[in-house]
Design a protein around this ligand. Structure first.
Ligand SMILES: Cc1ncc(COP(=O)(O)O)c(C=O)c1O
Length: 414
């Protein structure tokens, strides 16, 4: 067996990321978590905590349906399985994201088509999506990366012109607001993550939100009831190849408690990320991610900044390493978010013509790797992130972070 280091998640991923700034772990947990967990146990597992959480989250978002799942990876998987797409259908997706965005669609034999980002941006736009629309395109799956919401009105208008559905990966943007509307309510349906690192960090958990009753019913049927229907006197028949991706009751108990403090936490994140961005923006040669005017609430999950090319003597990696040494926890580049390059199996499948890249059902040749999205690749070459942002940041922490970045910038300036 070859020696390999497996990916780490949750608190384990933060081990060794020491520094002078706050860490999201140990997470702040809503005060009622123990009470809700006790209810689950003391009821002998008869309490419907999942239903309670679903109703509460639906109400908070202002949507008709929430389907709680074991994570956002399964939530988006369920969504793809329930959408009635055919193998080989294409889904246009953001190239800068986590694998969880596409895991389900590739497992449903759908084909991810990565639209590039505009130069210097993290999110896709209607303009970058449009050239990728073919007669096999069925959906656009946008990601609000770091919590910055995509320009959704334009994307929705494009989708309407081509008869496509729009799904949002709102994992990093819970309770973020776009033109007065909440992330995850801006398209046809959305996936959320309550993974322990996320803003509403609970354990591992997620949800689908939608106003489409038929889609919600299919998500429950295919995604949670294993495609099973009652057919007396025979009993249960599986009329579809479904899944059992249901959220556990104990996770729902923590999710419910976290929901009760989420909006307050998001307001603090919004305030602090704007301050941090302003301070970092004053440092010559360093650019924080721009916050578009239409983002009313920046539900920031991660802070990121770019180095202007040619302004420093050192590489981006060296700059990040110096930040880390100076006390910024986990500072590093984030090339691994370039999904067409990170998912090496995609290029292999496409090259080998492995199903669904066989013709039929694929409609054409596909290429992945860094060359598929040159703007995204170039963006990530100069981009630095550090450990996940969190509601524990104070004004003093933002000033401290900016002081460190300024010192490293001065030490390396050309
Ligand atoms: C943008 C994005 N999409 C999907 C996921 C997957 O979410 P989960 O861990 O809940 O499956 C993540 C988590 O890191 C994410 O950041």
């Amino acid at each position: 067996m070859p020696e390999r280091e497996l990916a780490r998640f949750g608190a384990a991923a933060f081990e060794g990321a020491q520094g002078v700034l706050p860490s999201p772990f140990p997470r702040i947990i809503g005060p009622k978590a123990k009470e809700y967990l006790r209810e689950v146990v003391e009821s002998g597992l008869t309490v419907d905590m999942v239903g309670r959480f679903e109703r509460a989250f639906a109400e908070a978002l202002g949507v008709k349906h929430v389907i709680a799942c074991p994570g956002c990876t399964p939530a988006l998987h369920v969504l793809m399985a329930a959408s009635g797409f055919e193998p080989g259908d294409e889904i246009i997706v953001s190239p800068i994201t986590d694998y969880g965005t596409i895991a389900g669609l590739v497992r449903e034999n759908l084909i991810p088509v990565f639209a590039d980002v505009p130069p210097g941006a993290v999110n896709i736009t209607a303009e970058t999506i449009e050239p990728h629309i073919t007669d096999r395109t069925r959906a656009i799956l946008v990601v609000h990366f770091t919590g910055l919401i995509c320009e959704m009105d334009e994307i929705n208008a494009l989708a309407a012109r081509h008869g496509l559905v729009v799904y949002e990966d709102a994992c990093q943007a819970v309770f973020g607001q776009y033109k007065g509307r909440l992330a995850g309510t801006l398209g046809h349906a959305a996936g959320f993550s309550f993974d322990s690192e996320k803003t509403m960090g609970s354990d591992i958990g997620g949800a689908i939100a939608t106003n489409d009753g038929e889609l919600a019913e299919r998500c429950r049927f295919i995604g949670q009831s294993r495609g099973g229907v009652e057919d007396p006197p025979f009993g249960r028949r599986h009329v579809e190849a479904g899944y059992a991706m249901r959220m556990p009751q104990c996770t729902a108990a923590i999710c419910l408690a976290q929901l009760e403090i989420a909006q307050e936490n998001v307001a603090q994140r919004d305030k602090m990320i704007r301050l941090l961005s302003e301070l970092i923006g004053q440092i010559d040669g360093v650019r924080p991610l721009p916050i578009p005017d239409y983002v009313d609430v920046y539900s920031a999950w991660m802070f990121g900044m770019s180095l202007e090319p040619g302004r420093f003597r050192c590489s981006t990696d060296e700059f990040a390493a110096q930040l880390s040494e100076a006390g910024i926890p986990g500072a590093g580049t984030a090339r691994y978010y370039l999904l067409p390059e990170a998912c090496t199996f995609l290029e292999r499948w496409a090259r080998e013509g492995r199903y669904p890249y066989s013709i039929p059902p694929a409609s054409r040749e596909y290429h992945y790797g860094a060359g598929a999205c040159p703007n995204a690749a170039a963006f990530l070459e100069t981009f630095i992130r550090w450990s996940t942002f969190c509601e524990k940041y104070t004004e003093r922490d933002c000033e401290l972070a900016a002081e460190i970045v300024r010192k490293v910038a001065e030490a390396n300036r050309r």
